[in-house]
Design a protein around this ligand. Structure first.
Ligand code: GDP
Ligand code: IMO
Ligand code: MG
Length: 431
């Protein structure tokens, strides 16, 4: 019986939400372990769309335990709204279904303000963050001044930490970022209200997960963002501030690596990216427009239009190695219908040299030109295909070629946003 991690293999928005929702059927516990409400995970069930930012994507299944692990940074107001909206739809009927780590850090108003003000000041050089305060919240965690749920629950600890932080942040906000100072009482009072609404969910989730695993329950780890946005292994500095890879699933949930047997990378059949940063296969012309239109490539969190390009095997190969992927779920194959030729980027060229491995240098990455091989396209719509052998031959060849160039088995092909629009080749829970 396996526990499975679902990890973004590109720059996020690969369709993790859909795949987590699908595999929740076979799991007992679903854990978010990093990121925050910068994530937007879309689930389409019976034609109805739900976008989740903090609550794990298992929430639409009754009786599955949804855990927000210690590695997540939580905006309490957003979480309260999300739980309320899910309850209004008849989900999360049992309050026991959702648990928040006492060690998870809390996103404060100054984190959001600092994030947004810095981006404004950066102008052209902006990272293109989601403006949700993610980076500044992780900065405080690493600087050892962050406020965790366990701190929020202790009246005196919370007051003391907030007083100290507000003093420092207000100085920074006014002197450096030219923003207005924040009011201690206002923040204190609103966060005490958030605390009262959330305290029933807060617990030692590392211990809880250990108990579940010992009892033979199956755990699904839900990654947010993607490997190429990882703070260590992504296109630094155009990355998010957390460890998005499999290693992050252990530190961000408090579960040892021996308990993760299967690692499934999620990748689109092409590539997208939101925000700034290098993107060698980006298409600036009509083909990029077609991908954006057919793939409805608009951000689930900020609504920004996503940059689109061809499949980049250099990036996904890097993700396969970095995460120890045991398989890949290839999503949005249906979006490629209608292209006469579909290029796959197998390497980069930079200053006359061929590069097979993902470069660490921002300069090299910015200047890298894709080396393409061209595959034949197909005209048939794929939305209703449920067996691999029913895919047009050129679509089958495209999937098989991707498998070869990334060096990992494709265990699932997704042909539409709906739960049922899926060709499952191997179930990772049955390994
Ligand atoms: P996540 O952040 O990785 O969960 O991905 P998002 O939800 O941000 O973005 C993926 C988008 O693609 C969502 O709108 C999904 O409903 C949609 N989607 C997922 N799989 C497929 C697919 O196979 N085909 C199509 N056309 N859309 C898909
Ligand atoms: P999901 O989980 C795509 C991007 C932002 C920006 C960079 C840093 O839905 O795949 P941040 O707010 O994290 O400091 O922004 O990371 N980014 C995402 N891009 N999908 C996401 O999440 C993302 N979360 C952050 O656009 O470029
Ligand atoms: Mg998303």
């Amino acid at each position: 019986m396996a526990n499975v991690a679902i990890i973004g293999a590109q720059w996020g928005d690969e369709g993790k939400g859909k795949i987590v929702d699908l595999f929740t059927h076979d799991a007992d516990v679903i854990v978010r372990y990093q990121g925050g409400n910068n994530a937007g995970h879309t689930l389409v069930v019976n034609g109805k769309k739900t976008v989740l930012h903090l609550v794990p994507s298992g929430a639409l299944h009754a009786e599955k335990l949804c855990v927000i692990g210690n590695g997540v940074v939580v905006d309490p107001e957003v979480l309260i709204d999300e739980i309320r909206a899910l309850k209004a739809q008849g989900h999360l009927a049992n309050d026991e279904q959702i648990r928040i780590s006492e060690q998870a850090h809390v996103i404060m108003p100054y984190h959001k303000l600092i994030d947004q003000a810095r981006e404004r000041l950066r102008g052209e050089g902006m990272i293109g963050t989601t403006g949700r305060g993610i980076g500044p919240a992780y900065e405080d965690k690493i600087a050892r001044v962050g406020i965790r749920f366990v701190d929020l629950l202790e009246e005196d600890t919370f007051r003391e930490k907030l007083e100290r932080n507000i003093q420092e942040k207000n100085f920074y906000l006014k002197a450096i970022l030219k923003e207005k100072a924040l009011d201690f009482d206002q923040i204190h009072d609103s966060y005490c209200q958030f605390r009262d609404q959330l305290k029933g969910y807060v617990t030692n989730t590392g211990l809880l997960l250990d108990q579940k695993i010992r009892a033979g329950k199956r755990v699904l780890f839900e990654g947010a963002q993607g490997t190429l946005l990882d703070v260590d292994h992504g296109t630094y500095p155009y990355v998010t501030s957390s460890s998005t890879i499999t290693g992050g699933a252990c530190s961000g949930s408090g579960v040892g690596p021996q308990h993760i047997q299967q690692v499934i990378g999620i990748s689109k059949a092409y590539t997208t990216r939101v925000g700034s940063g290098p993107f060698p296969t980006e298409l600036h012309g009509p083909e990029g427009e077609t991908l954006r239109r057919e793939g409805a490539e608009f951000g689930a969190t900020t609504g920004r239009s996503r940059r689109c390009g061809w499949f980049d095997a250099v990036g996904v190969r890097h993700a396969v190695r970095m995460n120890g992927m045991t398989g890949i779920a290839l999503t949005k194959l249906d979006v490629l219908t209608g292209f006469k030729k579909i290029p796959i980027c197998t390497a980069y060229r930079y200053e006359g040299k061929t590069i097979d491995e993902f470069p660490a240098s921002s300069k090299v990455m910015q200047g890298a030109k894709p080396v393409y091989e061209e595959m034949d396209g197909w005209d048939q719509t794929l939305d209703n295909v449920r067996n691999f052998s029913d895919l047009p031959l050129s679509a089958q060849k495209y999937v098989k070629r991707i498998e070869e160039v990334i060096g990992s088995e494709i265990i699932l092909v997704s042909v539409g946003p709906g739960r049922e629009q899926t060709i499952l080749l191997k179930n990772p829970f049955e390994k």
